[in-house]
Design a protein around this ligand. Structure first.
Ligand SMILES: Cc1cc2nc3c(=O)[nH]c(=O)nc-3n(C[C@H](O)[C@H](O)[C@H](O)COP(=O)(O)O)c2cc1C
Length: 177
């Protein structure tokens, strides 16, 4: 069984990546874990050509072509992002737009959840994550919200750390492990 963690932060060792690492530590041993850092991929915004409507694939030849097979093969999808200007990061937004052709049930049966970290105001972040998982028709486990600004501050957020443990348990119980 596989877990795919998708990091939308520009900081590989930032607060949202930290919580994802904690979740992966909970799941280690029972799942094969792969993390991808969107900052390492060139991902264009959707160009609204509607090629995918007829062909069920995206015509843009960029980093997403490496990510599509990973999304199809994994059992669990965890998105992690900081809040930037009241929502998820533009990197994660571009990734989401580019999964439009996967909304027809191709990922049904998988489990999805998310991690969001902001300093104070989460704005539309939760809604964006929930909408994305709904559009992809995956099963949802409750996301985890953390509050922190500078790198490492998230280590003081006990509620977020407990939320990660709870999410780990939900994932095990979804797969009856
Ligand atoms: C460009 C920018 C915009 C931000 N906007 C918000 C915001 O709207 N609300 C908020 O609570 N925090 C905001 N923050 C703070 C980050 O969400 C916070 O520092 C977070 O811990 C960063 O997570 P990371 O370490 O995983 O990148 C912003 C930070 C940056 C750099």
């Amino acid at each position: 069984m596989k877990v795919l963690g998708i990091v939308g932060s520009p900081r590989k060792d930032g607060n949202s990546a930290y919580l994802l690492d904690k979740l992966c530590a909970e799941l280690e041993g029972r799942f094969d874990i792969e993390k991808i850092y969107l900052k390492n991929y060139e991902i264009s915004a959707c160009q609204e050509c509607y090629y995918c409507q007829k062909n069920d694939e995206c015509v843009i030849d960029d980093g997403m072509q490496e990510i599509y097979p990973k999304l199809k093969e994994t059992d669990v999808i965890i998105l992690s992002s900081p809040i930037f200007m009241g929502g998820i990061t533009s990197r994660l937004r571009a990734f989401m737009e580019r999964t439009w052709h996967l909304r027809k049930g191709q990922l049904k049966g998988k489990l999805g959840s998310y991690i969001l970290v902001g300093r104070r105001d989460m704005g539309a972040g939760v809604n964006e994550m929930e909408e994305f998982l709904s559009r992809l028709q995956v099963n949802k486990a409750p996301g985890v919200i953390g509050y922190a600004l500078h790198k490492g501050e998230i280590e003081q957020d006990d509620e977020a750390l407990n939320g990660i443990k709870a999410l780990g348990k939900q994932i095990f119980s979804f797969f009856k492990l």
